[in-house]
Design a protein around this ligand. Structure first.
Ligand code: FES
Ligand code: FES
Length: 157
C-alpha cells in the first residue's frame, strides 16, 4: 500500500492503495464517488470518463500514481449546486434512457465546452463524443441537450 495525494472536485485528498490501483477503483471504492461508472474496464466505452487537469481521460486506464498532485474532476462536480447547464439540459430533455453512459458523456461534453468559444456545431459535439458509447441509442437527445447547454453558457458569457 502507498499513499497518493491529489485534488478531486476541488478538495485535496489522500488515498492509500496499491500503486497500480486504477483511478476508477479509487474514486468509487475509496472516495465513494460512484457517479463515475465501470463499463468495459478496457478503454473502449468511455463511461468512466473524468477530467485530469482539464483533459478527458478514461479512469479505468489510469493508475492512481499517474494522477498524484493533479486535479481530477468527476461528474459529482457537475451535479453539485449550482448545477452545470449540461446536467440541467440532460435532465430537462430526458436525454438518457438507462443513463449509464451519461456521467462519462457529461464529462466529455464539459471538456468540449470548456475548450470551445461559443457553441460548437453538431459535428464537433459528435466527434468529441465518438469514444463515449450509448448502448440505448439515445445519442440524438444527448446531442440536443449538449447544444442547448452550450447555448445557455454562451448567452450567459
Ligand atoms: S470502463 Fe473505462 S473506457 Fe470503459
Ligand atoms: S442512455 Fe443507456 S447507455 Fe446511454
Amino acid at each position: 500500500m502507498q499513499s497518493f495525494a491529489f485534488v478531486v472536485n476541488g478538495a485535496e485528498i489522500v488515498v492509500t492503495v496499491p500503486p497500480e490501483t486504477p483511478l476508477l477503483y479509487a474514486l468509487r471504492n475509496d472516495l465513494a464517488l460512484t457517479g463515475t461508472r465501470f463499463g468495459c474496464g478496457d478503454g473502449l466505452c468511455g463511461v468512466c470518463t473524468v477530467l485530469v487537469d482539464g483533459e478527458p481521460r478514461w479512469a479505468c486506464q489510469l493508475r492512481v500514481w499517474e494522477v498524484e498532485a493533479k486535479r481530477v474532476e468527476t461528474v459529482e462536480a457537475l451535479i453539485a449546486e449550482p448545477r452545470h447547464p449540461l446536467v440541467t439540459e440532460v435532465l430537462a430533455g430526458n436525454a438518457g434512457q438507462c443513463g449509464y453512459c451519461l456521467s462519462g458523456i457529461l464529462m466529455q461534453a464539459r471538456a468540449l465546452l470548456d475548450r470551445t468559444d461559443g457553441v460548437p456545431d453538431r459535428a464537433a459535439i459528435a466527434t468529441a463524443l465518438a469514444g463515449n458509447l450509448c448502448r440505448c441509442g439515445a445519442h440524438g437527445r444527448i446531442l440536443d441537450a449538449i447544444e442547448r447547454a452550450a447555448r445557455t453558457i454562451a448567452e450567459a458569457a
